[in-house]
Design a protein around this ligand. Sequence first.
Ligand code: IMP
Length: 431
Amino acid sequence: MPGTVIIGTQWGDEGKGRFTDYLAKESDLVVRFQGGHNAGHTIIVDGQTFALQLVPSGVLYPHVTPIIGNGVVVDPAVLLAEVDMLESKGVDTSRLKLSGNAHLIMPYHQELDRMTERYLGRNKLGTTKRGIGPAYADKALRVGIRVQDLLDPKIFREKLDLALREKNGVLAKVYNRLPLSGDEIAETYLKMLPRLEPMISDTVFLVHEALEADRPVLFEGAQATYLDLDHGTYPFVTSSNPIAGGVCTGAGVGPRAINRIIGVTKAYTTRVGAGPFPTELAEDDPISDLIVERGHEFGTNTGRRRRPGWLDLVMLRHAVRLNTCTEVAITKLDVLAPLENLKLCVAYEGEDGTRYEHVPYHQSVLHKVRPVFETLPGWSGELDRNVERLEDLPTAAQDYVRFVEDYIGVPISFVSVGPAREQCVVMPRAA
Ligand code: IMP
């Protein structure tokens, strides 16, 4: 079956959007399967920048049907604002489909996200405060409200009142906040129904119809492997499963629907929010500022400065396994251009001197490991952003890419050398 998945192999912000955009060209459907508007995909087309949070990147191609799958949590106001933004830039959004089974992010989810973070104090997770965690928690508790509930205002109101009975109790008694008004929430949400209704669909059916007809379907991951609820650096993770396996539950397909899995990594590492990060650069290391400035490493969504570090091949190889990646794409190679030497983490050393060549499962160990680096020479000069073949890059840049490939054991299929759609080396096997 012609299913392709794009996932992040690090802590997000790897530049997945540009590859989704690249592969969407040959896809009929582009499907988001998890996360919500905590994601931020930036795509630059003909000099125009599109910052997308919820709508799949494929929306920019007129032949693509963009789908928000059942595994996504949706703030409908954000969705409509994004649709308006796209329309104002001349993008036709009429093909956009929204799963009736997707859960809604409600105002109390956002309020509870803010409150729990505040109460955690210095132990806070550094969430995007978009209500993602509380919305997924309600889904698991079976008190969530789904997109399809909007189609039946009476049911919607009943579910809302039931939820508010508990949420307002918690907000008032635990967090000392004013209760939220059911009337106001119901009015706001139901007012959006006329615009949402044409999008609401049986997205599982649409995906299978395409797969059975051998039409290419692209599953677009948001966040990334080490933010995965099960496999990431818990509790510093998001509340969904961004790994390739998440496609199965979040879009309603079995593993055999997928035949290509592309893991995206930056040529270095970044992370936002709290949590362990073995190859993190010291804050006063000038290379830290250089990477942040050259890589524009500030959150698309929250504007927060990202924490930069060297590429961690131990984590990357583990991510390749967790996702059964068929290949890996490297982004932002150009950012490293001025550096004389480049470090790649090939192992960790624990406090007791133990050498780890895999990610230690015990997080107390991971928090304290020291990275073991291999140092490669840099190419000390800007890359030509118009190159099309790896062989056209400086030898040191080629060596860097080959070193990564040898370590992780799967082919590198794309290398991006600039932010624009065409500034990308496509390896022959991926073309
Ligand atoms: P939440 O997803 O808002 O609950 O945040 C949980 C963690 O995931 C925090 O550390 C966030 O910074 C991180 N996170 C969520 N979405 C993204 C993303 O798209 N890129 C990078 N980090 C993210």
